[in-house]
Design a protein around this ligand. Structure first.
Ligand SMILES: NC(=O)c1ccc[n+]([C@@H]2O[C@H](COP(=O)([O-])OP(=O)(O)OC[C@H]3O[C@@H](n4cnc5c(N)ncnc54)[C@H](O)[C@@H]3O)[C@@H](O)[C@H]2O)c1
Length: 354
């Protein structure tokens, strides 16, 4: 069903923590009609209480004929089957991160979207975040100098997930941000993941990612088991350094005019000579007007559905991130040294790929 210039009818499948936010922002976009699909009646009742005008259904089958597009915000293992059902029916699809839980499923979605000539988009929300756009401008302008490494921290007493580990749950954001900044996908070279309070899944992890073209390493720390909420990306350049703090109200990016220079120590007997000298200067914080990233993302999806244009975060981008996440499982499994030390993600039980 092709969308006309007027209304776009969208079904949001999954009215949980994140699906409820999709419903809120989509309902605020002019000429968009929203239906909510959730298998749990209490979630539909909650949707009706907050959004009296939306349609309600227990199954996607019940509304698929009446919508142009489908947004999928169910748990990750269910993404592939629901997305395939919608694409097969000729509907455009926005799938939450991680797009799928296997590479084969992600490839199947990308192929089906191309064959049906509909839009497949992945919900890499940070690529619609004006602070991340600004950070990319800063990196690209060269003012930080050659990028040496990137460090990301995504920590809190988090929402434990059952069907994916902390890497698959949180690191898609960091993979999407850092690969967007550097315009390159990384290879994971080391993974340390530990299961503390979950029966099967790791709840704390550290990744090292190598970006070969740009010769940059990224270190990613993700945790559901940390006392403080932290959402930070630090980019360390040869000349300057930048910190993006997503939780800051008015200084989401700070550029530090600081660094070190290598000292030449001529006298080998001078054991007290410093190996480096320090440069210190101003700290600047560029103005970044606030715009809700999820609203920008969903508005972009609606525009793509309306105009038949390719999304900025197409299915191929979701596939790239799923490939990297899958590689983290392999690296983690190969470096397991003790029963709880690493916990690769439990394999998908709902794969659509044979
Ligand atoms: N982009 C972001 O910043 C962001 C943030 C949070 C979550 N997410 C993603 O959103 C997705 C949902 O996460 P959540 O935290 O909202 O989960 P959740 O468990 O809170 O909600 C999932 C909802 O889906 C419903 N559901 C499950 N299977 C269904 C099916 N087959 N048909 C209809 N309804 C079904 C459940 O009843 C539940 O209401 C995940 O993929 C997660 O990674 C993205």
């Amino acid at each position: 069903m092709g969308a006309q210039k007027g209304d776009v009818r969208v079904a949001v499948v999954g009215y949980g923590y994140w699906g409820a936010k999709h419903v809120r922002v989509l309902s605020s976009i002019p000429s968009v009609d929203v239906s909510v699909v959730d298998s749990r009646p209490e979630r539909l009742a909650d949707a009706a209480a907050h959004h009296p005008t939306v349609g309600l259904a227990a199954r996607l089958d019940d509304v698929l004929d009446d919508v142009h597009a489908v947004v999928i915000a169910t748990p990750p293992h269910s993404h592939a089957a629901i997305a395939m059902q919608a694409l097969d029916a000729g509907r455009s699809v926005l799938v939450e991160k991680p797009m799928t839980t296997s590479v084969a499923d992600a490839e199947a979605l990308v192929e089906t979207a191309a064959a049906r000539q509909v839009q497949l988009m992945v919900g890499h929300t940070f690529e619609y975040n004006p602070a991340v756009w600004k950070l990319r401008d800063i990196v690209r302008s060269g003012e930080l100098g050659r990028i040496l490494y990137v460090n990301t921290s995504r920590l809190s007493l988090g929402r434990y997930q059952d069907d994916v580990n902390v890497i698959w749950d949180l690191a898609p954001h960091d993979l999407s941000i850092v690969s967007y900044l550097l315009d390159e996908m990384p290879a994971p070279t080391s993974v340390w993941a530990h299961r503390n309070f979950h029966r099967r899944q790791a709840d704390v992890a550290y990744l090292r990612l190598d970006f070969q073209r740009t010769d940059v390493q990224a270190f990613v720390h993700v945790s559901w088991l940390s006392p403080q909420k932290v959402r930070q990306v630090t980019v360390v350049g040869e000349k300057m350094m930048a910190v993006y703090d997503d939780l800051s109200d008015n200084e989401r990016i700070r550029i530090y005019d600081i660094g070190v220079d290598l000292e030449t120590i001529d006298d080998p007997l001078n054991a007290h000579g410093h190996p480096v000298s320090y440069r210190t200067g101003d700290i600047r914080s560029p103005y970044i007007p606030f715009q809700e990233p999820l609203l920008l993302q969903d508005r972009h999806f609606v525009d793509c559905v309306r105009n038949g244009t390719r999304p900025d975060t197409p299915g191929e981008r979701g596939l790239d991130v799923v490939r990297t996440l899958t590689a983290t499982d392999a690296v983690a499994a190969s470096s397991a040294v003790a029963p709880n030390f690493v916990a690769p993600m439990t394999p998908s039980t709902t794969s659509i790929a044979s």
